[in-house]
Design a protein around this ligand. Sequence first.
Ligand code: SAH
Length: 367
Amino acid sequence: MTIQATTTPKADLLSMDMAELEAFVKALGEPRFRAQQIFEWMHRGASFSEMTNLSGGLREKLAANAVLYVPRILEKYVSAKDGTVKYLWELYDGENVESVFMRYHHGNTICISTQAGCRMGCAFCASTVGGKVRDLLPSEMLGQVIAAQRDMGERISGIVLMGIGEPLDNYDNVLRFLRLVNHERGLGIGHRHISLSTCGLVDGIDRLAEEGLGITLSVSLHAPTDELRSRIMPVNRKWNVEQLLCATVRYFEKTGRRISFEYTLISGQNDTAEEAAALVAVMRKYIGRAMPIHINLIPVNPIRERSFQASDEGRIRRFAAYLEKNGMTATVRRTLGPDINASCGQLRNQKHQSEKDTDETNIKETE
Ligand code: SAH
């Protein structure tokens, strides 16, 4: 969907909550119950012309005054190994983001993007390579779920905010999305089935603790010492390991929800016995017995732009065993869709690179 530039911007209907939608239909001279009908239709992925219980006149008024920012499928890859599906979306302004649809025993989960690009600068991450272009609108986050569910023809019951972008760096839009996606007349996805992953924006974690949402918080830790963490995650120079871990304890105490820590194992960087011991020590020091500690170990997915390699299996097993021996639970994340570049940011980068290549070719041709 390409939106033409107009002098009066059209309303972003899918970002509206029910009260705003009611005010919107009222301004169009329509009765309030129309808002519910429109809400239900658009959260199922219907276009205005498909909203068949509305009058033709109303559908025309909607098309003239509003837009539905549902992303369009630009590329779709289905893993031959495990049925994981990766989408590269085109947004209204031509920007691209990615989502991954995953099948688990407990239901289908989608990993969605929250920003086009990212400005956090983590050394091993593909999403940050070109910096942040813009925040996604609530409708564009919702649209990834709606469009994937419609395309797959299967219900999506879980969401992880672990795609491109830092969710807490797009706080207001993410919060609005979390409330909309939970709405009983919309997708009705329970907050207990939603995880938000952050690289460690402490102000955002504290704010989130006050929202009363019941979502799961994942914290990308990746290193046990400030020296190492600051080297691979620049955010650590603003909020260090101590500040971050103390914030997770506050979050747990306020919400009663456990936090899961992500630790990406990078060969020779953070995966030795020394780091495992330092990790146990730092967790004991700042978390202690305040809450149960669960660490999700993720073998790093090597990206084209960086030279990091995943740790070998023996090392991963030893790292996990050491954590377990010291009172934590550790799981090694199953890699889904390795054959389809399923870790986020890679398709978007490929798209940008191929556009650059085309541009360069064009320049050459015109010379
Ligand atoms: N900005 C958020 C969410 C997006 S990244 C965050 O940092 O948590 C989701 C997870 O994937 C994070 O734990 C991130 O550190 C991790 N990740 C990023 N690049 C990776 C890579 N190449 N291999 C493995 N995990 C990676």
